[in-house]
Design a protein around this ligand. Structure first.
Ligand code: IMP
Length: 182
């Protein structure tokens, strides 16, 4: 099935632009964590496309892990504010330097919850790297070390980002046409 032509109002970032930005961020991450074993955590499901772009350019001593974070309920475009975290497989946190890879930071609740989780479990350090940042929607103050792109208060889809679990496989980031929001 193909998605309708008018699904998006606007294309914000093409795959080429995202890969180029991932390369720049990876360079900064490589430098910051030189000689430090690093645990890079991909936040499922949304960050998976960006995560693989990033990882292709990071050749540090690191291991990769996956966590699922959910805060949206059903077909809404706003966070419930209650974040559920699930470790996909058990991994070592104590004394590790952790880098969380996110698709988008909106209210900041998910990042805050993840940072608390890693700190409570004895990590050495924890930082955030996100493809997109919506600072105008922030409800809690979170420090984001690496930002791909800042965007305004628009609901975006594609490149891992969904609306009601669909559209993740669109190979670019665009603003959803409100007529497709139920
Ligand atoms: P936060 O906890 O409000 O910062 O939201 C983080 C999560 O909300 C992200 O990981 C996304 O899954 C989802 N989210 C926030 N804004 C958007 C958007 O514009 N499109 C799709 N998902 C979004």
């Amino acid at each position: 099935m193909k998605y309708p032509k008018d699904l998006m109002n606007e294309v914000l970032f093409t795959r080429k632009q995202i890969v180029a930005r991932a390369k720049e961020l990876a360079k900064a991450i490589k430098k910051d964590y030189e000689n430090k074993p690093l645990t890079i955590v991909c936040t499922l499901k949304g960050a998976v496309f960006f995560f693989t772009d990033l990882m292709r350019y990071i050749d540090n001593d690191c291991n990769i892990e996956f966590m699922k974070a959910s805060s949206y309920i059903g077909n809404t475009t706003t966070s419930s504010g209650q974040v559920k975290l699930t470790k996909i497989m058990d991994f070592e946190i104590k004394n590790r330097d952790i880098l969380i890879v996110e698709d988008i930071v909106d209210t900041g609740y998910t990042c805050q919850e993840m940072i608390n989780f890693f700190q409570e479990n004895g990590c050495n350090s924890v930082k955030i790297c996100t493809l997109l940042n919506k600072p105008s929607r922030r409800k809690v103050d979170v420090d984001i070390a690496y930002v791909g792109f800042e965007i305004s208060d628009k609901f975006v889809i594609g490149y891992g980002l969904d609306y009601n679990e669909i559209y993740r496989n669109i190979p670019l980031v665009g603003v959803i046409n409100p007529k497709y929001i139920k």
